[in-house]
Design a protein around this ligand. Structure first.
Ligand code: MV4
Length: 452
């Protein structure tokens, strides 16, 4: 097992990783920018190293600084968390070259899944259902027209280097296709320096459902069920839940086994998430994330499995001692991402938290780095914390969530708590009847309701 882990991240996830390390008896090194000297993860770590000024590219993305911090402290492994360097294959290789373990998948798998065309080809080859579309990249207007005629309009042009919705263009008819292709190409070139694009059938009203996996890198892999992350705003998840309100146990077992088998066949190492669009009873692969995700706690709450603990242990070469039949799903969990943003305009609201009180009681979990008197710096994402609630049933979970949201106090800054207080009392949410566009429509149609 590792002796000392350097946590190459900040915020709530740095704290989450630190807690897992403490329970495993592993020493911790926090790194921080000058803007994060007062952060909770810095206070609680065994050691800390300042790695640069506030801008992420000069601190949390600064590889030479991180290597120096490993060297100074003698850390034998790095946990990247999510964002920053978590899905940077080159970083994983550089660490390996320095005899430092990267707590994450093999570099080759990070690289494959970072290229959306390669990811889709790999998924399809491994038996995962994919969205109908081009076999690989599109090289001409003629090829695009041929594929589109085959799959039918509307079609979606996507960037190979994309993800997060950037470089995506819909073509409703054949007349729109040439324009969609060239716009997607130039946006992709500008955003990612890579103009490779591919074509897919456009699914009009799908849900976003993702399957959590865990592998030991040596042919053993299991699934931990799905999360429904359909409630998003501008490609940012807002509310996530497990299980999905529309998936049956038989469907879960089937898609879960399909994904787990694929992970076994590729000898996948670590935690991963296979993302699907779900429409009319069918799953369609879109992407795979090769990191721990923000919303991992909802899976932990319904399985009782500590994903970061498992992630660390398999990265250290320990076998997975969980079999698929050991994974038992119990009850329902919902996560609300509380952001330091105005609840109706979503304008970022960094600043000092003057009063802070978190909800408690049975089934309540708050993953947050915030505390009374803490100042949220303006340089990073606006996540204040995650409220995760568990109940025996979805209705009990919603009931508890209403109560927990009413208890939660974050004063001094704007937060999205009032939005959640409204959502949790909204009929479509209570009934679980929402798709990936529901929240954007709700926010556009009910501006007066958003503040609760
Ligand atoms: C799609 C789609 C419809 N049809 N692909 C957006 C982000 C990227 N990761 C995948 N995305 C989509 N891909 C096909 N073939 C609609 C979206 C999409 C979306 C997906 C998940 C969650 C929210 C979304 C919001 C808008 C569009």
């Amino acid at each position: 097992m590792f002796k000392k882990i350097l946590i190459a991240n900040r915020g709530e996830i740095a704290l989450r990783i630190l807690r897992a390390c403490k329970e495993l008896g592993i020493a911790t090194v926090a790194v921080h920018s000058t803007a994060d000297a007062d952060a909770m993860h810095v206070r609680l770590a065994d050691e800390s190293v300042c790695i640069g000024p506030p801008p992420a590219r000069e601190s949390y993305l600064n590889v030479p600084s991180l290597l120096a911090a490993c060297e100074i402290t003698g850390a034998d492994a790095v946990h990247p968390g999510y964002g920053f360097l978590a899905e940077n294959a080159r970083f994983a290789e550089i660490l390996k070259d320095h005899n430092i373990h990267f707590i994450g998948p093999k570099a080759e798998h990070i690289r494959i899944m970072g290229d959306k065309i390669e990811a889709k080809k790999t998924a399809q080859r491994l038996g995962i259902p994919v969205v109908p579309g081009s076999d690989g990249g599109i090289t001409s207007d003629e090829e695009a027209q041929r594929v589109a005629a085959e799959i039918g309009f509307p079609v979606l042009v996507k960037a190979a280097a994309g993800g997060g919705g950037r470089g995506m263009k819909v073509a409703m008819t054949a007349d729109d296709l040439s324009q969609a292709l060239s716009t997607a190409r130039s946006e992709a070139k500008a955003a990612f320096g890579d103009d490779a694009v591919y074509l897919e059938k456009y699914l009009a009203k799908p849900r976003h459902i993702e399957v959590q996996v865990l592998g030991d890198g040596r042919g053993h892999a299991i699934h931990l069920g799905e999360r429904d992350c359909s409630l998003q705003r501008r490609h940012q998840k807002v509310w996530e839940e497990a299980p999905s309100p529309v998936i049956t146990p038989a469907q879960r077992a089937e898609i879960g086994e399909t994904v787990a088998k694929a992970m076994r066949d590729m000898n996948y190492l670590g935690v991963g998430t296979v993302e699907f669009l779900y429409e009319d009873g069918n799953f369609y692969f879109i992407e795979m994330n090769t990191r721990i995700q923000v919303e991992h706690p909802v899976t932990e709450m319904v399985t009782g499995i500590d994903l970061i603990n498992e992630q660390i242990r398999v990265a250290a070469g320990e076998p997975l001692n969980l079999r698929q039949e050991d994974v038992v799903f119990e009850g329902h969990a919902i996560e609300c991402r509380v952001n330091a943003e105005h609840p109706t305009t979503f304008r970022p609201s960094p600043g000092r938290i003057t009063h802070y009180h978190v909800p408690g009681g049975l089934g309540i979990r708050v993953d947050s780095n915030a505390y009374q008197g803490y100042s949220i710096p303006p340089h990073y994402d606006s996540l204040v914390g995650k409220l995760i609630v568990h109940g025996k049933t979805r209705d009990e979970c919603l009931m508890r969530l209403r109560r927990a949201l009413d208890e939660f106090v974050v004063d001094g800054i704007d937060t999205t708590l009032p939005l959640f207080r409204t959502l949790v009392r909204t009929k479509a949410i209570a009934e679980g009847q929402y798709d990936i566009h529901w929240l954007e429509h709700f926010l556009a149609e009910h501006p007066e309701k958003k503040a609760g």
